[in-house]
Design a protein around this ligand. Structure first.
Ligand code: TXA
Ligand code: MG
Length: 299
């Protein structure tokens, strides 16, 4: 019988250039050795993601972010305030960071996750792990180990760290432009970023996470502040409808993706989702709902 712990088994697989799924406080990630181009190609192949999309490098608390890129004052200030946690920084990369990680850009996304299992894995591995969310390209991000296994089958090793406590992806801040900018809203609010570093600019960079259609269930999704009225209208057309009512804002992000998965599995014709209120993680939640609903919109 093997006496190796799951973390030791995972580290061995990573050292061999293989992929394992790890929990983080935002969503589960498909992790591979960030310094091994073949491992990154395996992640892309597994996800069905088009090549050329950059992936985030995850760092252990023993790791030094300046080993990966140039940490300017803005980046350092955000690191001091929000790491470890749900914040990714885009910084100028050092030459040794593989093109497979950055999609050929001269920048790299780095993040130090707070999840204890992610940290145990990263510190045992002793270097950066590239990890996109552990879902097939364009689909709903996973917030439990079971979500990951349902998507990739039992051949993929998943470290089970329980349900993700934040529930939406990290906020991405581009620190390389004269005025730092948010590329993707997420687990740290815009206001918290502004409180830390002052006013923000707009970025010219287009991140693949800003694709209009993303995070999508298979069922058409309609966002509506009057779900009961819309339900009546759609049902009168003979359509089957399920409603995703907005929970209190402090639970909304955490339950968003598992509720979308559950409702998607009902196989109704239309899901109606109530938008989140504007406080807290509302911006990130509404961003994800908008991308999930794109298929339904007529533009
Ligand atoms: O919370 C998260 O960030 C999760 C967990 C697993 O850490 N990861 C995640 O990864 O959401 P992914 O690959 O699904 O989304 C990463 C986003 C993409 O939109 C990508 O374009 C952007 O980060 N990104 C990564 N490196 C970048 C770079 N150098 N410049 C601009 N955008 C970058
Ligand atoms: Mg993703």
């Amino acid at each position: 019988m093997s006496t190796e712990s799951p973390i030791e088994v995972a580290v061995q697989r990573l050292r061999n250039g293989n992929v394992v799924a790890m929990p983080t406080e935002t969503v589960y990630g498909l992790a591979g050795d960030a310094m091994n181009p073949l491992a990154i190609r395996r992640i892309y192949a597994l996800k069905g993601r088009p090549a050329g999309h950059p992936v985030i490098v995850h760092l252990g608390t023993n790791e030094s972010p300046s080993d990966w890129g140039e940490i300017n004052q803005t980046a350092q200030s955000l690191i001091d305030a929000f790491w470890p946690g749900p914040l990714t920084l885009i910084v100028r990369k050092h030459p040794h960071v593989p093109n497979e990680v950055t999609g050929g850009l001269d920048t790299v996304g780095i993040r130090m996750p707070a999840h204890p299992t992610a940290q145990a894995l990263l510190n045992a591995f002793g270097s950066g792990l590239a990890a996109p969310s552990a879902n097939r390209f364009g689909r709903i991000s996973p917030t439990t180990a079971a979500h990951v296994s349902s998507e990739f089958g039992s051949d993929l090793m998943v470290l089970d760290g329980g349900p993700s406590t934040v529930g939406v992806e990290s906020t991405i801040v581009d620190t390389t432009s004269a005025k730092p900018a948010i590329l993707r809203s997420g687990g740290i609010t815009r206001q918290s970023i502004i409180d830390q570093i002052g006013t923000l600019g707009t970025s010219q960079t287009v991140a693949p996470g800003t694709l209009k259609s993303h995070y999508a269930p298979l069922t058409s999704l309609l966002i509506s502040a009057q779900p009961d009225i819309d339900r009546e209208r759609l049902e009168s057309e003979g359509l089957q409808v399920a409603i995703f009512r907005a929970p209190p804002i402090n639970e909304h992000a955490r339950t968003l993706y598992s509720e979308l998965r559950r409702l998607d599995a009902l196989n109704v014709d239309v899901l109606i989702a109530e938008p989140a209120s504007d406080d807290g993680l509302g911006e990130a939640i509404n961003d994800r709902l908008n991308r999930a609903s794109h298929k339904f919109s007529t533009d």
